[in-house]
Design a binder for this molecule. Structure first.
Ligand SMILES: O=C(O)CCC(=O)C(=O)O
Length: 358
């Protein structure tokens, strides 16, 4: 297999940030009410994961104070002067503060972010760099990640039960491990300042806040304030806006869960756009539940049948992560791990150029 030119770094150009001629269609994202009867909740989660890859969860057990403290800590950080935020700029690894540049391969967006490794020692370490009162920040971030990790585990266990996997912990066990590679990213989408000059008065500009991508991990638990911008793509070239609901968590299937369900659940591409007419900034807090680096990612035997042969080859999270970081944000990496017959592969032409050679 030889993907054409995908590792050629010196040809990388910054991604365009303006959004034009878009096909936007409104949809109602499925809502899963965790207070409903268990068998009903399981059915709703499975259906939503198969058809949308995204759903909103309401009546979850994450305490309001924990969310409010995390949000306040995020807004306090982003309100600091740029030179103070830059002290927390990612050095060496990708954790800490970042602005506009997403990753190292030229992807740009109207976003600033703060990225934490979700382990207790890593949160403590980064809090020291960022805050004058590190113990407050550490306790807000730890309490939040702990609560959303529990929610992610609960959902993954309901999913496993729903698709008939004998061990209901087969997905959640990965993110419970102490060396799980889970992350928390706070994204802040400032006003579209570049458009607020006199020439553009009266114009509405839509820009890319966070470019199109799928999440590489297992499950994402996203919470945002009441400012919209998140869009998902259920069909190529069509964008479906997600109405923000600060009382809910927006949950989405990541690439690894698509692999572990042998393609039954969908890891759906999404992005965030910013609008120049908005007076308020969007802030989102995304918890990405991931396995330890050495974990082997493979669908449990029950997901593989004669009618549904194994779609992906086994790999480690470390291998998948390496490929992810070597590509652009919008590149599809999951296709590089497919088990294909020649006929299938010819149909999976990627970017019109990517053809498997056997
Ligand atoms: O800000 C958002 O709503 C989503 C951000 C996102 O997709 C990400 O952080 O991967």
């Amino acid at each position: 297999m030889k993907p054409k030119d995908i590792f050629v770094k010196d040809m990388v150009v910054p991604s365009p940030t303006s959004v034009q001629n878009e096909n936007v269609q409104h949809i109602d994202l499925p809502i899963v009410d965790l207070a409903c009867e268990r068998s009903m909740v399981i059915k709703q989660i499975v259906k939503a994961s198969e058809e949308f890859g995204f759903f909103n969860v309401i009546n979850h057990d994450v305490p309001h104070e924990i969310i409010a403290k995390m949000e306040e800590a995020g807004f306090d950080f982003f309100a600091k002067p740029v030179d103070q935020k830059k002290v927390a700029m990612a050095a060496g690894d990708s954790f800490g503060y970042g602005s506009k540049n997403i990753g190292i391969n030229g992807d740009m967006g109207e976003v600033e972010y703060l990225l934490f490794n979700a382990s207790v020692p890593a949160i403590a370490q980064l809090s020291k760099t960022i805050s004058n009162v590190p113990s407050n920040l550490r306790s807000s971030v730890s309490a939040y990640t702990d609560a959303v990790r529990k929610l992610a585990c609960e959902i993954l266990e309901l999913m496993a039960e729903g698709i008939g996997v004998p061990n209901k912990f087969c997905f959640s066990r990965f993110i419970k491990e102490v060396d799980s590679d889970s992350l928390l990213r706070l994204n802040h989408y400032p006003h579209n300042i570049t458009n607020n000059n006199n020439n553009n008065k009266g114009c509405n500009h839509t820009k890319v806040g966070f470019g199109e991508h799928s999440d590489p991990q297992i499950l994402t638990i996203l919470r945002s304030n009441d400012v919209g911008g998140l869009q998902i793509s259920l069909q190529d070239g069509v964008w479906n806006p997600v109405i923000p609901d600060p009382s809910a968590f927006c949950v989405n299937v990541g690439d690894l869960l698509e692999v572990m369900t042998n393609g039954r659940f969908l890891s759906v591409r999404h992005r965030v756009v910013t609008h120049s007419y908005k007076k308020k900034c969007r802030m989102s807090m995304a918890y990405f539940g991931a396995p330890p680096l050495h974990a082997c990612i493979i669908a449990p035997p029950i997901m593989v049948t004669q009618e549904r042969p194994s779609l992906f080859r086994p790999f480690t999270w470390s291998e998948y992560k390496k490929v992810t970081y070597s590509l652009r944000l919008g590149d599809s990496r999951i296709n590089l791990f497919r088990n294909c017959t020649q006929v299938q592969c010819k149909r999976q032409v990627w970017n019109e150029e990517f053809i498997f050679e056997q």
